[in-house]
Design a protein. Structure first.
Length: 721
């Protein structure tokens, strides 16, 4: 027998404490009526029960809200019933007024009653309230007027202009001017017969025996046209050809043109004929002076997509022209289009320049690949909207290195396409001129364009003078920047102004029934000017007089004088071009601008603009006369008003029924949820009573066992006696 540890008593005490805790829980459940009093009783059950309680209490409050909504519909229906009665009376009075037996004074008396009836509609609108809410005033949720300070965002615009010049990446080797012109009477085929069709005017002096000096004109024609007359068009002319090797060949002294050191270029040319026996004129065009345009610099100057965008942006608004050496026309190509906030505003073409073609950088269809985010090609020959559309599509590629590689490939393709389109435009404009355009046969030079004069180089006055020089005609680019600004002002507003109300009928924030509070008044029913005794104005148009004045105005506009004015325009540099991302827009992947880019002002240049020299006459306006005619308001206005009020009554009635159904549904849902929550959380009293009795018996037994265990140690004393 062990006396240092009373294991029997320890075991009995441990079991007694367990029983005491369980009996305490049973006591708590019996006293509260719930089997879940704390989260330790049933963590999941407590969570489910609390969510159900939330819904139950929300449904209960929603049912009260629905009752208020039903009451509002009933008040509105009663007021609208009275409005209908008023309108029926107005209709009755209108029919009475239409009767021909009434005098003017009778209709005036009827009109007085009609006016008062219509005023009653506005009074009903202003008096119909539910809990200080005006039901028939429209979508307004209060009536207390007060001035408030309003900050309203709005979109503002700012417009800038800049002057454009040809970008550096477009490599141009241009020629020079010449004074040689075509024969006025020549209409032949320039490409097969170039001999004798170009000429230049020269002057020389003749001194008679008396010492009098006479200035004469002579036209020198270039080429082989032997046997022509020596006089035509009112002036002398001569031909340079293979047979003119002496001064007197055609009875003309060449030295007259060269005396006093004049016309040195022509002298050099004639000396060449005398010395070599050849004019240097050939029927072909293989040795013609030319101008070279190389679009290959676009790819060379492109390392990233941003570089490509910047290079093409710098081309926007430029104009490249090639003046004909024999007339005032300039065969030019204008690079138009728009990108982001920039668009071509105006090409200021010099007087007399014509034959201009337009090449849009943003509107023409340009076929190129469409890429996925990983750089794979989704579709070949995808029809992008202009070059900028193709550039923007590259931003869909996520890998920067791959994106920039594709940018260089795109730059090559754009350069070839630019060359091809420009060649097509120039060919059409140059068909009646000495200028021609051609591509190189070498496929490695598919970005190079040549503009040449098909007159032979050696046949010109000076071989160094060619008429194919390039011009950059003045042009403007307009940038319209749209930005958001804040405008502050005082406004007379209504307190707590809202639009429509919602009957919140459940426990969730989105579970509500909208209720539109429409306005019912003379104005909303289009009865403000309703009258049964009304005189109105009937208008008659003076059309013939207007057409005569309009024709005179058009004549004055055609003859309006203009003047050239000088304007200073600031250029703009692209610091950071816009960036794009492929995003879904209405179910379709499209490039979306995520960064509008950054621009800064550049140098200030002067531009000549053509503006009216005087006041611009004002356009005539359509005149009319007026005559009075009796015109009572149509009865259809009252019928439409009655229909509008009836429709609103139906609206409130339908919503009242809808609210009653929602109320019944709330009660049913609340009852079922309460039963569900009770099964989870309420205690079964019978089971808990049995459990409580069990723990009471075990508690008493534990006490007895502890007493017995403590008594066992008394036996040790007996052994020691």
């Amino acid at each position: 027998m062990i006396v240092t540890h009373n294991l029997y008593a320890n075991n009995a005490q441990r079991q007694y404490k367990i029983t005491e805790v369980e009996k305490k829980k049973s006591t708590e459940k019996l006293s509260s009526g719930y089997k879940i009093n704390r989260s330790a009783d049933d963590a999941a059950g407590l969570s489910i029960s609390e969510k159900m309680r939330r819904l139950i209490r929300g449904l209960d409050q929603g049912s009260e809200n629905i009752q208020d909504g039903i009451s509002l519909c009933q008040v509105a229906d009663g007021a609208l019933a009275e409005v209908t009665s008023v309108l029926q009376r107005v209709r009755e009075l209108s029919i009475q007024a239409y009767n021909g037996t009434n005098s003017k004074s009778d209709r005036a008396c009827i009109q007085d009653e009609v006016d008062n009836c219509l005023l009653a509609i506005d009074e009903i609108k202003d008096r119909t309230k539910f809990n200080e809410l005006y039901i028939l005033r429209g979508n307004q949720h209060a009536a207390e007027d007060r001035f408030v300070r309003v900050q309203e965002p709005y979109m503002a615009t700012k417009t800038d202009y800049e002057h454009r010049v040809i970008p550096d990446w477009l490599i141009i080797n241009d020629g020079k001017d010449t004074e040689i012109r075509p024969r006025p009477d020549y209409n032949g085929n320039y490409t097969t017969d170039t001999g004798g069709i170009m000429y230049a005017d020269y002057q020389y002096e003749v001194t008679d025996a008396a010492g009098n000096v006479t200035v004469k004109n002579v036209s020198v024609y270039y080429g082989d046209r032997k046997g022509e007359k020596l006089h035509a068009y009112g002036k002398d002319y001569i031909y340079i050809n293979d047979f003119v090797t002496q001064n007197d060949a055609n009875g003309f002294d060449w030295n007259l043109l060269f005396q006093n050191g004049k016309n040195t270029q022509l002298k050099d040319y004639v000396d060449n004929i005398r010395n070599t026996g050849s004019s240097g004129w050939t029927p072909g065009n293989t040795d013609n002076p030319s101008c070279k345009l190389d679009f290959g610099g676009l790819a060379a100057g492109t390392a990233t997509v941003d570089d490509l965008f910047t290079n093409m942006f710098n081309l926007l608004g430029c104009e490249i022209g090639f003046p004909c050496g024999t007339c005032s026309d300039v065969n030019a190509v204008q690079f138009s289009g728009s990108i982001d906030s920039w668009t071509v505003n105006e090409f200021v073409t010099q007087t007399g320049y014509q034959s201009t073609g337009e090449l849009s950088l943003s509107d023409n269809i340009f076929k190129w690949n469409e890429y996925a985010a990983d750089g794979t090609v989704i579709r070949n020959d995808y029809p992008h909207t202009g070059y900028f559309g193709a550039i923007s599509s590259l931003y869909a590629i996520e890998d920067e290195t791959l994106r920039n590689t594709k940018a260089k490939e795109l730059a090559d393709a754009i350069a070839v396409d630019l060359k091809d389109r420009m060649e097509t435009l120039l060919k059409d404009g140059m068909k009646d001129h000495f200028d021609r355009v051609a591509s190189d046969n070498d496929p490695t030079k598919n970005k190079v364009l040549y503009i040449y004069d098909y007159r032979d180089n050696s046949a010109l006055v000076s071989p160094a003078d060619a008429d194919t020089r390039v011009l950059n005609l003045i042009s403007n680019v307009k940038r319209t920047i749209t930005y958001e600004d804040i405008r502050e002002y005082d406004v007379l507003a209504e307190k707590n102004r809202t639009y429509g109300i919602k009957i919140h009928c459940s426990a969730n924030s989105y579970d509500s029934i909208p209720l539109l509070l429409q306005e019912i008044s003379r104005d909303s029913l289009n009865l403000t000017d309703y009258s049964v005794n009304h005189y109105s104005l009937k208008l008659t148009c003076l059309h013939d007089l207007y057409q005569k004045e309009l024709s005179a105005w058009h004549d004055s506009m055609r003859n309006l004088p203009y003047k050239i004015v000088t304007q200073e325009i600031q250029t703009t540099k692209v610091i950071r071009p816009p960036k794009y991302e492929q995003r879904a827009v209405n179910g379709e992947m499209k490039p979306v601008c995520i960064d509008p880019g950054e621009f800064e002002p550049g140098e200030v240049v002067q531009v000549q603009m053509k503006v009216p020299a005087g006041d611009v006459p004002e356009r005539p306006y359509l005149k009319s006369t007026a005559e009075q005619a009796y015109d009572p308001s149509p009865l259809a206005l009252i019928d439409e008003a009655i229909g509008s009020v009836t429709a609103l009554r139906s609206y409130f009635g339908a919503n009242q029924n809808r609210l009653e159904h929602a109320y019944a549904n709330n009660g049913n849902a609340e009852e079922n949820l309460q039963a569900s929550e009770s099964r989870i959380r309420d205690a079964d009293i019978a089971d808990e009573a049995v459990e409580y009795s069990l723990h009471s018996i075990l508690e008493q037994a534990g006490q007895a066992m502890m007493a017995q265990a403590n008594h066992m140690n008394q036996g040790v004393l007996t052994l020691l006696q």
